[in-house]
Design a protein around this ligand. Structure first.
Ligand SMILES: NC(=O)C1=CN([C@@H]2O[C@H](COP(=O)(O)OP(=O)(O)OC[C@H]3O[C@@H](n4cnc5c(N)ncnc54)[C@H](OP(=O)(O)O)[C@@H]3O)[C@@H](O)[C@H]2O)C=CC1
Ligand SMILES: O=C(O)C1=N[C@H](C(=O)O)C[C@H](O)C1
Length: 242
């Protein structure tokens, strides 16, 4: 049975992973949090699962490459330099990075790509998400993943067509942009809606996370899937063969 190391092991996702692994009969190599020995954990693990913070990413990738093992990155709030570091590590080991490890959101992204492709850019795309009050990044990694899927469907670059956090006299909505709105409060595990608004009709594609166990199960499945793969950068759509 392979054993996995968790980075961010005492956080909300770390705890969810512990519960899922205990129930599944898998083994833990151990876990680390801020200031922990990630390289030591990597040496004792068959793969790493990272749900921590963007500031930890470089150290985590370095540990996976040093030990020659795969890594699943679920941490969100990543910026361009983080994605460049992931691309670089993926030349040496298998890396899967995703804003959402759940089956439902992975399928949702697939559907959003198709809807955006089939409906012209006179259908405005807006992405609304809500999360618990502790969340520190916005838009959520999932919202960005869904925006990326919509942009791929439309054949446009998300960064050049993204509009977030409207406030004040914003002017009319520009044709073709993808809008993002983030709500925060309470203990919401994760709500995402992609609204395609056309002339006198609206299509809404939504996902509700009822429990973090869905992310933990997906992360575990991804880590297992990465074992024995060639170095490269993979997605949950690869794991689920969508
Ligand atoms: N991709 C997905 O499907 C999902 C992604 N996430 C993402 O996962 C991340 C964690 O979420 P959540 O568990 O709710 O957050 P928490 O704040 O509950 O937990 C974060 C954990 O990471 C640890 N940590 C912080 N900095 C470092 C570091 N430099 N090195 C090692 N560990 C560190 C913290 O330790 P300490 O307390 O000591 O600072 C804490 O234990 C977020 O980015 C979130 O958006 C969450 C759910 C699903
Ligand atoms: O921070 C969270 O909790 C979550 N983060 C991920 C995100 O940013 O989309 C995934 C999930 O929605 C929960």
């Amino acid at each position: 049975m392979p054993s996995f190391g968790i980075i961010g092991s005492k956080g909300a996702m770390g705890e969810a992973l512990h519960r899922v692994v205990d129930a599944s009969g898998h083994e833990w190599a151990g876990g680390v949090d801020k200031g922990g020995d990630v390289a030591g954990l990597a040496d004792a693990s068959d793969a790493l699962i990272d749900f921590s913070a963007p500031g930890a990413l470089q150290t985590n990738l370095h540990a996976a490459v040093g030990a020659g093992i795969p890594i699943v990155i679920g941490t969100t709030g990543l910026e361009d330099q983080h994605h460049a570091a992931i691309d670089s590590a993926a030349r040496a080991v298998p890396v899967l990075q995703t804003g959402n490890t759940s089956l439902g959101v992975t399928l949702l992204a697939h559907l959003v790509r198709e809807a955006a492709q089939r409906l012209g850019d006179d259908w405005d795309i807006e992405i609304v998400e809500m999360h618990h009050r502790r969340k520190v990044d916005a838009p959520s990694g999932t919202a960005l993943l869904l925006g990326q899927a919509a942009a791929q469907g439309r054949g446009i670059d998300l960064a050049a067509n993204r509009e977030s956090g409207r406030d004040g006299h914003t002017g009319a909505r520009a044709r073709g942009v993808i809008g993002f709105a983030a709500l925060r409060g309470g203990t919401v595990a994760g709500e995402h809606s992609v609204i395609l608004a056309g002339e006198e009709e609206r299509l809404t594609l939504s996902h509700s996370a009822e429990n973090r166990a869905i992310f933990a199960r997906g992360a575990l499945k991804a880590a297992e899937w990465l074992l024995g793969r060639d170095p490269g950068r993979y997605t949950m759509e690869d794991v689920l063969e969508l």
